[in-house]
Write a protein that binds this ligand. Structure first.
Ligand SMILES: [Zn+2]
Length: 103
C-alpha cells in the first residue's frame, strides 16, 4: 500500500479516488476526518491522503492522477509542479517551492 497523492482539498482527493476506481485501481482516503480539527498539528499532517492498495497499481495510478491534474477541465483543482511535483493551489501561477511556473 502506498500513498499516491495528498492535497489540501478533500473534494479533489475524492474526485481522484473516483477516477482511480473507474480505472479499476483500488484505493482509499486517509485523514478525511481530521480536516478542520487539526489543532497543534502541522497543516500538511492532516491533509487528506489518497492511498493505493496494490503496489502494482502505483505507476498506473500516478499517470492517471497526472493526467487528471493536467486536464484543463479541472480549473479549480491544485496543479502539480512539473519540476518538483509540489501540489500548488489553482490561484497561483508559480510554484512556491521551486519557482517553476504553471504551463
Ligand atoms: Zn516546484
Amino acid at each position: 500500500m502506498l500513498k499516491i497523492h495528498t492535497a489540501d482539498d478533500l473534494i479533489l482527493i475524492g474526485y481522484l479516488k473516483s477516477v482511480l476506481e473507474s480505472e479499476r485501481i483500488e484505493c482509499h482516503i486517509r485523514n478525511e476526518l481530521l480536516i478542520g480539527g487539526s489543532g497543534e498539528l502541522p497543516p500538511t499532517e492532516c491533509w487528506p491522503e489518497l492511498w493505493v492498495w496494490h503496489d502494482d497499481d502505483v505507476q498506473r495510478a500516478r499517470s492517471v492522477i497526472e493526467r487528471v491534474l493536467r486536464s484543463p477541465d479541472v480549473g479549480t483543482a491544485p496543479w502539480l509542479c512539473p519540476r518538483c511535483a509540489e501540489s500548488i493551489e489553482p490561484q497561483f501561477t508559480a510554484c512556491w517551492r521551486c519557482g517553476s511556473t504553471c504551463v
